[in-house]
Ligand binder design. Structure first.
Ligand code: NAD
Ligand code: TDX
Length: 339
């Protein structure tokens, strides 16, 4: 079994690769990653230099790079590569359209040319838009796509292209749409690692708006095991939602982080809200549970202490990031918001 994993040096992709190599999910894995600001080879270091995987630095928008990674013997492509941060897409959307839309189409074209047996496309529940706060409705796979941010719109576009390749050209493809992930090696621009690392540094935790926005939290390990099951058991052309059955308001997560780290709650500072901030995500994973046999593990309340320990024990990893080019972004974002 030979696989290509795009975005395998990022947060979720690296978790998938580390687990796949360790558990022997495939004979050989090619990681294709451009190493953008979010890609980091340190995320793959725990695997070590053993047989069974290789790394190619390449851009999914460049057909030559993609052709170098995908061979006629490639059994599956797991497509994690993306520009993934909503706030960055609000500052500038061009890279999102390029990588998430055009890059996905390049991969689909090469997959077809090379006769790849299955294309697993990693999407997000953000393509569905927002739910009301005072409602119990959840996103299902038939909820109409109604993306809010440029990031979500680019991911929805990619989903349409994947389904179009499936319907028009008979490409065997499966789409997964997961809700918010948390776990080790998440880039500290995202809410949970940003708040944990800022709290460890004793710097303010910038809570957007009133903090009542709700996210449905899934551990990255549960997500990648769902992706594996979608490859193994999913129907071609099907979409599978993954959610943690774990809706939490941002302000409650922030309060819990402060409590677990024994820092001053006054570190939580309300800042200007994200434009068109989706108020609530909640994902119904019934189909994945029924057809893939997927079940999420322990909820975030049980896993936050171990996650905080990980960030405490891996200070070098995130301090290197925070001391690098990320600083410019941080100042632009949070300077503007007045934290
Ligand atoms: P990430 O930003 O941590 O990693 C993205 C990776 O893609 C990086 O390694 C980066 O170098 C690589 N990449 C970016 N542009 C590339 C290009 N043009 N060519 C090759 N590689 C490129 O993202 P993540 O949080 O790990 O998300 C992975 C996937 O999962 C994305 O498709 C995202 O939309 C999806 N997703 C994320 C979440 C979440 O909560 N983080 C939830 C649901 C779905
Ligand atoms: O500084 C912050 N303050 C804050 O209050 C940041 C960065 C975020 N937030 C809020 C905004 C959201 O309501 O926290 C919540 C989570 O924010 P993000 O971590 O940016 O995630 P979100 O916008 O919900 O999108 C995430 O989930 C779906 C991922 O980044 C996407 O890649 C994924 O598709």
């Amino acid at each position: 079994m030979r696989w290509v994993v795009t975005g395998g040096a990022g947060f979720i992709g690296s978790h998938f690769v580390r687990t796949a190599v360790t558990e022997g999910w495939a004979d050989h894995i090619v990681v294709l990653d451009a190493l953008t600001y979010a890609g980091n080879l340190e995320n793959l270091e725990p695997i070590g230099y053993k047989d069974g995987w290789e790394f190619i630095r390449g851009d999914i928008c460049n057909p030559a790079d993609v052709e170098a990674a995908i061979g006629s013997d490639t059994d599956a492509i797991f497509h994690f590569a993306a520009e993934s941060h909503v706030d960055r897409s609000i500052l500038s959307a061009a890279d999102f359209v390029r990588t998430n839309v055009l890059g996905t189409q390049v991969l689909l074209d090469v997959a077809r040319q090379r006769g790849v047996k299955r294309f697993v496309h990693i999407s997000t529940d953000e393509v569905y838009g927002s739910l009301a706060l005072d409602d119990s409705a959840r996103f299902t796979e038939t909820t109409p796509l109604n993306p809010t941010s440029p990031y979500a719109a680019s991911k929805a576009s990619a989903d349409h292209l994947v389904l179009a390749a499936c319907r028009t050209h008979g490409l065997d493809a499966v789409i997964t749409r997961c809700s918010n992930n948390y776990g080790p090696y998440q880039f500290p621009e995202k809410f949970i690692p940003l708040f944990i690392t800022n709290a460890l540094d004793g710097t303010p935790l910038p809570l957007y708006g009133d903090g009542r926005n709700v996210r449905d939290w899934v551990h990255v390990d549960d997500h990648i095991r769902g992706v594996y099951r979608a490859w193994k058991h999913g129907r071609s052309g099907a979409v599978y939602n993954f959610g943690g059955d774990c809706e939490r308001a941002n302000r409650d997560i922030a309060a819990r982080i402060v409590e677990l780290l024994h820092v001053d709650p006054a570190l939580i500072q309300r800042v200007a809200d994200r434009p068109a901030h989706d108020i609530r995500y909640a994902t119904d994973a019934s189909l994945a549970k029924k057809e893939l046999g997927w079940i999420p593990g322990p909820i975030i309340d049980e896993r936050l202490p171990e996650l905080i320990s990980w960030y405490r024990d891996h200070r070098d990893w995130w301090q290197n990031i925070k001391a690098g080019a990320y600083r410019d972004y941080y100042e632009r974002m949070y300077g503007r918001r007045g934290s």
